[in-house]
Design a protein around this ligand. Structure first.
Ligand code: FAD
Length: 501
């Protein structure tokens, strides 16, 4: 048995983990949250908590000597990335051969770095992906609960139509409409009232100062400000930072023992300890949770785990692309970093695409329309445990992106044809028009109903739960965090009502 003990431990502090922490705290369960990243609340020497996107410093990325931004180039020049010193920065890019995955690091996980887009999937597609989840309950109870808790809000349409900050989105909308395509407003967790005040000069700028991917200094309701603040408010939850969970084994006396490594801001391991708990909630994200469970199964620590742990991974069909506009179709030097509009062609049965109209705030007019396309891709990846490096490796081949690239190409070829425009080839490296070598939406690895039961209980090991995006079977058709949050709410309600503590 371990020297230190907590009734419940939550690993990670992103969406799923934050829901687990709050619901455990409200139920009166003393809970320790272990997060490998740092707490983002202390300003650096520049007076800001997060660095700017245009001049990133050590705070930008997780232990790197150079930043690895998704847009590597502009006009074929390497102008975006910067040399930095290694530090537990807020954005990580996990490189697995043919696929790189961006994830957030710190108290709040991905909510610190993401674009805040908060759509709810088409109900029919949700049911196709998660057929055993009661959709009435999700759409009637848990989606509304998740949206309210996360602070999801809508842009004022009149302001959207008039502000210079969304000119880029209106230009893309015009081209989509010329092509006979439908666009929709996408709700967000960035406070649009704050954004309006930024534009009016009455609030400090964040979305209107180019901030995103390396954190937002103002305006964004990341889960450290919502769920986790409420969890701490119960008095039952504590959060420990720079704590990386590296192993899990059963405690012969019941419950689980974790091996936890603490690091300092230089990345040095300052200690390794064991922590025991009765109930263990894994919220380390698709990559983190899957790695912890796969390692435990493959090393024999948790031998009864399902053979399905490590399977069913997908990237939500993510592909980025960009178009060059005519000189009269300006996108503006001023661009909000929070997307507010999407091209919704998901009902196109042959070629479903939901394309977020993405900003590219460079501070000057560049006539580029950017998109993050979410496509329907039936391909799935899997993780294998590599004993030599004690880590999980993602098996995903470049050609598995073909359905996604074809779908995006089909949509944007139509838009280019109709508007007599062309793709930009200078933005993603390698002279490519489609960036299909990275994703923002890692999903799966411990799929609900396969690696776990229908509520996230790990098969074979009672008291062990999965609460994050690893439960989602690889595809949702829209940006995922509202669904991850709503599913966690649903599963935690069941677990707290039924399971012994
Ligand atoms: P995460 O939020 O990834 O949290 C996992 C946490 O666990 C992290 O803090 C991590 O540091 C920690 N952790 C991992 N391993 C360990 C370990 N061994 N020990 C301790 N701690 C550990 N989604 C949307 O819906 N809308 C968007 O607009 C959007 N934009 C995005 C933009 C970017 C740049 C990125 C990177 C993502 C974006 N996403 C967006 C995706 C969204 O952020 C993720 O789907 C979401 O954060 C996943 O939630 P999660 O609970 O599964 O885990």
């Amino acid at each position: 048995a371990a020297a230190h003990y907590a009734p419940a431990i939550v690993v990670g502090s992103g969406y799923g983990a934050a829901v687990a922490a709050l619901r455990l705290g409200r139920a009166g369960v003393r809970t320790v949250v272990l997060e490998m990243g740092r707490l983002w609340e202390t300003p650096g020497s520049d007076g800001k908590v997060f660095p700017s996107t245009s001049a990133p410093d050590q705070r930008s990325m997780w232990f790197r000597t150079r930043t690895e931004a998704p847009l590597a180039q502009f006009l074929w020049l390497d102008v975006v990335n910067r040399d930095i010193s290694p530090y537990p920065g807020v954005l990580d890019r996990v490189n697995y051969g043919d696929m790189s995955v961006y994830v957030g690091r710190g108290v709040g996980g991905g909510s610190l770095v993401n674009g805040g887009m908060a759509p709810t999937p088409r109900r029919a597609y949700f049911s196709e992906m998660l057929p055993r989840v009661d959709a009435d309950e999700m759409y009637g109870t848990y989606y509304p609960l998740a949206r309210a808790m996360l602070g999801v809000n809508d842009i004022d349409p009149a302001w959207f139509e008039s502000t210079e900050w969304y000119r880029f989105a209106r230009t893309s909308r015009k081209h989509a409409q010329n092509t006979g395509l439908k666009t929709v407003f996408v709700p967000n967790v960035y406070d649009f009232a704050h954004m309006k005040a930024e534009a009016a000069g009455t609030a400090p700028r964040s979305a209107l100062a180019g901030e995103v991917i390396y954190g937002n200094n103002h305006g964004k309701k990341s889960v450290d400000k919502t769920y986790l603040a409420a969890a701490l408010g119960t008095g039952n939850v504590t959060i420990e930072t720079l704590q990386r969970v590296v192993a899990v084994r059963p405690d012969p006396a019941g419950g689980y023992v974790l091996t936890v490594r603490s690091i300092d801001l230089a990345g040095r391991v300052t200690g390794t300890r064991e922590l025991g708990c009765a109930q263990l909630f894994l919220g380390a994200g698709s990559l983190g949770t899957t790695e912890i469970l796969l390692r435990a199964r493959e090393t024999g620590a948790l031998p009864l785990l399902s053979e399905k742990v490590g399977l069913g991974w997908g990237h939500n069909g993510n592909v980025m692309t960009a178009r060059a506009n005519h000189l009269w179709d300006t996108v503006g030097a001023d661009q909000s970093t929070m997307p507010a509009l999407g091209i919704d062609d998901w009902d196109n049965a042959a070629n479903p695409v939901f394309a977020e109209i993405a900003p590219l705030p460079m501070g000057f007019e560049h006539w580029i329309s950017m998109y993050l396309a979410i496509t329907r891709n039936p391909e799935r990846g899997s993780f294998t445990y590599d004993a030599a490096t004690d880590s999980a490796r993602l098996n995903w081949r470049r050609d598995q992106n073909t359905p996604s690239v074809n779908a995006a190409k089909n949509l944007f070829d139509r838009i280019n044809r109709r508007n007599v425009t062309v793709y930009r080839h200078d933005l993603f490296g390698g002279n490519r028009a489609f960036a299909d070598n990275f994703t923002y939406h890692p999903l799966g690895g411990c799929v609900l109903g396969d690696a776990t039961d229908d509520f996230g209980r790990a098969k074979g090991h009672p008291g062990l739960y999965v609460v994050d995006g690893s439960l989602v079977p690889g595809s949702l058709g829209v940006n995922p965090f509202v669904t991850i949050t709503a599913l966690a709410e649903r599963n935690m309600a069941r677990i707290l009502a039924q399971d012994p503590r």
